[in-house]
Design a protein around this ligand. Structure first.
Ligand code: IMP
Length: 426
């Protein structure tokens, strides 16, 4: 398989896990390149259920090597829990999992600051974060005061924990939040550094050596384009770059070594957390999509907001990521809709039409989606295993989405089972 970047094209939860599972079988090395334990995906294989937040699901495939790239922010306690859970279920990570020495860590004070920051914001300013410390950890990285995985091996590490906890405690106290016990944390980090030491590696060199040796590399993103710190609905975004550019900066593999970009996109739209969502449905149709699509957050269990497919978002994602192929997911969730709407553009209250996503949320506030309607197919599709066997109206819908966003369809998923991942050239 060529070197591939896989990204989410909407607000996350596009069903990347299932697509990654299919592509992993053709890859040698799977690299997670951004985000942290805010992502979550559940994989059911061989009758066992695995919940992964940081480790690429490639770990469940024997013989695959997995990397937590430098662009990730990794909470050592979460990672140790994941390693232990996998071990209990018979999956060994030793010798197959490598953590970049350049990866920044989410420390306990980042989690505490994340929660305290959300709590002190007024209702309209709350981001609705996952509470996993992501913003403060990336903030520290960019502010050049972060803690990297490589620091775990340094004799000065525990002093760093002492100083940083005390600094964070001052802020927490000022915000009226509970402070942290410094010595308790020092003891926990001393233990964590011993457990994780064998996994630490120069993964930039490792990934590039694998590439030179002709191995195929899958760079896997978490979250989605509209949650990107630069291209998303700022400030209602996550703190990393889930877009294809982030795959290179978050792994150390050069853009010149990338062969293709796959965008994962759901046949409707969802979003979890606060922020703009032009095609949101707050009525019974939205509720139907939520129930039928099982749209509840994998990390926090929160109900996801649901709405129609937004081709403005799709087109923008295609542009920003350079999507070659689409993996479209969850078509079957629309099986019972008599009429299906697609948003093709936004219209501002003064008549200005937007074909691409505006940066200014005040502009977005003044916009309404322009919809076109297609008839639903009103037939179950989740048992179908060949594209040609789909009802004509379902194919017309899918082909209309592809025509609106550009690029080619590579995968269409019509149900949770592996066999319902219809493959067209991928
Ligand atoms: P954070 O990443 O925890 O800081 O949360 C920032 C925003 O990104 C919130 O709206 C979250 O709900 C959203 N978010 C973070 N991770 C995911 C994800 O994996 N899927 C969907 N939304 C996410």
């Amino acid at each position: 398989m060529p070197n591939t970047i896989l990204v989410g094209a909407q607000w996350g939860d596009e069903g990347k896990g299932k697509v990654i599972d299919v592509l992993t079988s053709q890859a040698d090395v799977i690299v997670r390149f951004q985000g942290g334990s805010n992502a979550g995906h559940t994989v059911i294989t061989g009758g066992k259920k695995f919940v992964l937040h940081l480790i690429p699901s490639g770990i469940l495939h024997p013989g695959k090597q997995c990397v937590i790239g430098n662009g990730v922010v990794m909470d050592p306690f979460d990672l140790i829990k994941e390693i232990n859970d996998l071990r209990e279920q018979g999956i060994e990570t030793d010798g197959r999992l490598f953590i970049s020495d350049r990866t920044h860590m989410v420390m306990q004070w980042h989690r505490a600051l994340d929660a305290a920051d959300e709590a002190r914001r007024s209702q309209d300013k709350k981001i609705g974060t996952t509470g996993r410390g992501i913003g403060p950890a990336y903030g520290a990285k960019m502010g050049r005061s972060g803690v990297r995985v490589g620091n775990l091996l340094s004799p000065a590490f525990l002093d760093m924990v002492r100083v940083d906890t005390a600094t964070a405690n001052a802020t927490l106290a000022a915000w009226g939040a509970q402070t942290l016990d410094v010595e308790e944390l020092v003891a926990k980090y001393a233990q964590a550094s011993k457990t994780l030491a064998p996994y630490i590696a120069d993964t930039v060199a490792y990934v590039n050596e694998a590439d030179r040796a002709g191995k195929s590399i899958l760079l896997e993103g978490a979250q989605g384009t509209m949650l990107d710190i630069d291209f998303g609905t700022y400030p209602f975004v996550t703190s990393s770059n889930p877009t294809s550019g982030g795959a290179c900066t978050g792994s150390g593999l050069s853009p010149r070594r990338i062969d293709r970009v796959i965008g994962v996109i759901k046949c409707y739209t969802t979003r979890v957390g606060a922020g703009p969502f032009p095609t949101e449905l707050t009525d019974a149709t939205g509720e139907h999509l939520r129930q039928k699509g099982g749209e509840f957050g994998a990390t926090t269990g929160r109900p996801r907001r649901c709405g129609w497919f937004d081709a403005v978002v799709g087109r923008y994602s295609a542009m920003v990521n350079g999507v070659d192929f689409w993996a479209m997911t969850k078509l079957d969730v629309l099986d019972e809709q008599p009429v299906i709407k697609i948003c093709t553009a936004y219209l501002r209250d003064d008549g200005v039409r937007y074909e691409t996503f505006p940066a200014d949320l005040c502009v977005l506030d003044r916009c309404k989606p322009v919809y076109e309607e297609l008839p639903g197919w009103l037939t179950p599709t989740s048992h179908i295993t060949r594209y040609e066997d789909l009802p004509l109206k379902a194919r017309t819908y899918v082909e209309r989405l592809v025509a609106l966003v550009g690029g080619r369809l590579g995968i269409l998923s019509v149900g949770p089972a592996r066999e319902t991942t219809l493959r067209m050239g991928l």
